[in-house]
Design a protein around this ligand. Structure first.
Ligand SMILES: Cc1cc2nc3c(=O)[nH]c(=O)nc-3n(C[C@H](O)[C@H](O)[C@H](O)COP(=O)(O)OP(=O)(O)OC[C@H]3O[C@@H](n4cnc5c(N)ncnc54)[C@H](O)[C@@H]3O)c2cc1C
Length: 510
């Protein structure tokens, strides 16, 4: 009998689960289909090269994952346990809005989180910011009653805890009664937080993401950045931690079938390097792949197919990032921010303010490097790279006019259908604990008692899955941390709405 645990998938979820189990002495082998770069959406890639003024520069590349927020407690704990990585605090986040040719900018991050008005009313802090008065009109105050209803919905209903996905209700419902100006701005927040175009965002996911990132506590928005690209800061140190504890990370291995055995599981996997199918035995399996891959694997396996047919799997989306190099650099500003209104890209990061290879280029040449993210709608998602490159360069100059006539080079990175279109997990979703003995699941779309999203959800479900394996072996579990409690006014409002909902549901039940 094999005592090993097989982890299928080498994104942050799989690596986190493997690191936690390996550190408790569990024999772990992690299979990842990528032959070269472990890390899934956090993986690195071949470096980008730029020839400028007779010199050749190399820059590490990646999908574009940079940020960690205040509520990322399990992800931060994972970094602290297994890596030397120290996050760099964000010194502010710009919110740049464009209506036609009119561009307005505001440093919104500090303005919202660090002022006097507590959550959930802290967005009123923006009214203390002189620049907001050029971005809103008196008409926007007509939104106030609807805005209060939307805030109350966000504070009073917890779709993740209640397992309510509200399929069929889009983000648009949230903005009933809002003026177009405020609506467009907050829609941009939803697009950014869920990394999806507006039409792919469902109301329950929007409410849940607002609760986690901003509505219940001011410090939930506290942002920090990786000190270097994702491969250097997170993936390579996690792989080192796994192997240092005797675990094995096997690249280029795609799991194709799971079969139950008398004492565990047998996993068939295609070994890309050898061109053969291998059969591996395991006492337990942790599934840590993106939704389409999980669906394909579970449906293709006779022992899991009947159960998989009863499950709902979220969709996955394409995203695109464009990196631009300029001969000039803006004088000052934040490390990154959000683009809303008529802007085609959705957010931006100044790479020379984040990572050492870009900083070295900036210091030597006075140039800059900007990364723009696109979460494109269905109408543009399959347009060629040239479309994204042209949009990125023209929009960059609209947002930062000082870059005019200084464009040097651009690189487009298409992230194939791997980004989760987040759907609140319901009873018919895949959860960390599956009904099949010895099979656990984790990832940023997997169900568990956590309000978290993205890297934090991946890490939280991974630690929970690792704990399931550890418990079965009589080993000590790790703490699974919950975000800090909402601020007092948010708690009071939630309690009040809770009472109202109970009275209303009794009344309706009669
Ligand atoms: C452009 C972009 C920017 C983002 N920015 C942020 C950010 O700033 N902060 C944040 O918190 N989140 C961010 N995210 C989201 C974040 O990247 C994800 O939530 C997180 O990386 C998900 O990790 P995961 O392990 O669940 O899935 P993945 O990273 O998708 O990993 C799945 C892994 O499974 C492997 N796999 C699939 N099928 C098989 C198979 N059959 N056999 C073996 N292996 C298989 C894949 O190769 C992959 O390595 C961003 C996402 C994108 C696309």
């Amino acid at each position: 009998m094999s005592e090993q645990v097989l982890v299928i998938g080498g994104g942050i979820a799989g690596l986190t689960a493997a690191a936690h189990m390996a550190a408790r002495g569990v024999p772990v082998t992690l299979l990842d289909s990528d032959a070269l770069w472990t890390g899934g959406r956090l993986a690195g890639g071949a470096p980008d090269t730029l020839r400028h003024n007779g010199q050749t520069w190399h820059f590490r590349s990646e999908h574009g994952v940079h940020a960690v927020w205040g509520g990322y407690r399990n992800f931060r704990a994972t970094l602290a346990r297994f890596t030397p990585t120290r996050l760099i605090p964000s010194y502010g986040e710009e919110w740049i809005n464009r209506w036609g040719r009119e561009v307005r900018r505001l440093e919104a991050g500090n303005a919202v989180r660090a002022r006097f008005v507590p959550a959930p009313f802290h967005y009123l802090n923006l009214l203390l910011h002189p620049r907001i008065w050029s971005a809103i009109s008196p008409w926007d105050f007509l939104s106030l009653p609807a805005l209060l209803v939307s805030i109350s919905l966000t504070v009073g209903v917890d779709p993740l805890k209640e397992g309510k996905a509200w399929d069929g209700l889009g983000m648009e419902e949230f903005f009933r009664g809002w003026t177009p100006n405020l609506k467009a701005t907050f829609k941009g927040l939803g697009v950014n937080l869920l990394a999806a175009p507006p039409e792919a965002i469902n109301l329950a996911s929007f409410v849940a993401v607002l609760r986690f990132y901003t509505m219940l506590r001011r410090d939930a928005w506290d942002m920090a950045y990786f000190p270097e690209d994702g491969e250097t800061s997170v993936i390579a140190p996690l792989v080192r931690a796994i192997t240092a504890h005797g675990g094995h990370v096997w690249r280029g291995m795609t799991a194709t079938r799971l079969a139950r055995t008398a004492d565990g599981w047998r996993v068939s996997a295609e070994d890309g390097a050898q061109g053969i199918t291998r059969s591996l035995a395991a006492e337990q399996v942790v599934l840590a792949v993106q939704p389409p891959a999980a669906k394909q694997l579970l449906l293709a396996s006779p022992d899991t197919a009947a159960w998989a047919q009863t499950l709902r799997f979220p969709r996955a989306l394409n995203t695109t990032t464009v990196r631009l190099w300029f001969a000039a650099a803006p004088q000052d500003g934040t490390q990154g921010g959000m683009l809303t209104g008529d802007f085609v890209p959705n957010n931006f990061f100044w790479l020379h303010r984040l990572y050492s290879d870009f900083r070295a280029w900036h210091e030597a040449t006075g140039g800059s490097a900007l990364e723009l993210h696109f979460y494109p709608p269905a109408a543009t998602v399959h347009l060629p790279d040239s479309y994204f490159l042209v949009q990125a360069t023209s929009e960059a100059v609209r947002a930062f006019p000082e870059l005019k006539h200084s464009f040097l080079h651009g690189v487009v990175r298409r992230n194939s259908q791997t980004q989760t279109a987040f759907r609140v997990p319901t009873s018919d979703s895949l959860h960390v604990r599956t009904p099949l003995e010895g099979l656990w699941a984790c990832g940023d779309w997997v169900g568990y008692d956590t309000p978290s999203f993205w890297l934090e959800r991946a890490a939280t479900t991974a630690i929970a899955a690792a704990n399931g394996v550890l418990a079965a072996r009589g080993l000590a579990p790790y703490d699974v941390l919950q975000p800090r409690a909402p601020e007092l006014p948010a708690r009071a409002l939630a309690a009040l709405i809770g009472v109202g909902r109970r009275i209303f549901s009794r009344f309706v039940a009669r």
